[in-house]
Design a protein around this ligand. Structure first.
Ligand code: PBG
Length: 325
């Protein structure tokens, strides 16, 4: 039978690599790391099997193992037991993240340290900003605190700052605070399209940051909206964001695609805790092959993400290097 177009011609074993569109590299992966108060702690997080709470004195063992696997960037989350209404511990120059950055940089100066700029792990009410009597998060009052946190992380030596609070105007505000203090070269990776998502469940347990009352729908985006994500991206771009992030990733590939079509700066995607747990459980119980991990992360890349934050970074590194778990 005559057929001019036979796509299967290029699917032959020796040709598949030649024609592959999506190239995957460990350089683009970011590993999330949870740092907790205390000493000599490496404790598995129940909601995130395979991930740990580390005290500052124990993080460099973990960084060494990331290094060995060829992973070069981390994003840090701090879990502090010092909480108050304003999250003041978040900008303590001797706080958990600030100490962690210095500890890492002492031994691994080349490692890219990204920090999450938010209040929720430090407020006693668990919200990402300052609240009024009704529990509503006050936008402009919160900016002041975000600026203090950003500055304190910059002083400690962070390489990239990632505001995840979703207040309006925060990127411009933080940019100005940084520039005024001379930190003109620290890039901001904005969590631009951060959706109010059920996929954050395991993280909130890991970071002890579930809101005490209410939810985050007055500041995080509604998952029914796609075009609004572009507006958020435009605002952050105009205010000086260097990298735009979409979060979560897997159920939001359309948003990642829109971002890569609309914005000519690097796009990051955060494959969040719920995505990890979902696949991890399916693979560990044997109902799905672990190939599903690489398939998923590649799909996020194919959709247009240049940078991917994933709890699977180590597994992926091992798979690519042919190291068995
Ligand atoms: C802090 C923050 C959250 C995540 C990253 N930064 C939680 C939230 O907004 O509730 C979620 C990450 C994940 O689920 O892996 N605002």
């Amino acid at each position: 039978m005559e057929q001019l177009r036979r796509p299967r011609r290029l699917r032959q074993d020796n040709l598949r690599n030649l024609v592959k569109e999506t190239e995957f590299s460990l350089d683009n992966l970011v590993f999330p790391l949870f740092v907790i108060d205390g000493k000599n702690i490496k404790k598995e997080i129940k909601s995130l099997p395979g991930h740990y709470h580390f005290s500052v004195d124990c993080i460099n063992d973990e960084i060494a193992s990331l290094n060995y696997l060829g992973l070069n960037s981390v994003i840090l989350f701090g879990i502090s037991h010092k909480k108050d209404a304003f999250g003041q511990e978040a900008y303590n120059d001797n706080g958990i993240i600030q100490r962690a950055i210095r500890e890492i940089k002492k031994e691994f100066s080349e490692l890219i340290v990204i920090t999450d700029i938010c209040l929720c792990e430090y407020t006693n009410h668990g919200h990402c900003g300052i609240i009024d009597d009704s529990g509503y998060v006050k936008n402009d009052e919160t900016l002041n605190y975000l600026g203090k946190i950003a500055l304190s992380h910059a002083r400690a030596g962070a390489d990239i700052l990632a505001p995840s609070d979703m207040m309006d105007g925060r990127i411009g505000y933080i940019r100005k605070v940084l520039d005024d203090e001379g930190f003109i070269n620290i890039p901001i990776m904005a969590y631009s399209a951060k959706y109010a998502s059920n996929f954050y469940g395991p993280f909130r347990e890991a970071a002890e940051s579930a809101p005490f009352k209410g939810n985050r729908k007055s500041y995080q985006m509604d998952y029914r909206n796609g075009r609004e994500a572009v507006v958020e991206g435009e605002l952050d771009f105009a205010q000086g964001a260097d990298i735009l992030m979409v979060k979560p990733a897997l159920a939001y590939l359309d948003i990642i695609k829109r971002y890569s079509n609309n914005f000519n700066i690097p796009i990051a995607a955060y494959s969040v805790s719920g995505e990890y747990v979902m696949l991890k459980m399916a693979v560990d119980s044997g109902v799905m092959d672990k190939g599903v991990i690489l398939e998923t992360i590649t799909a996020i890349k194919r959709a247009g993400a240049n940078i991917i934050i994933t709890y699977f970074a180590k597994e992926i590194a091992k798979m690519l290097k042919g190291i068995d778990n």
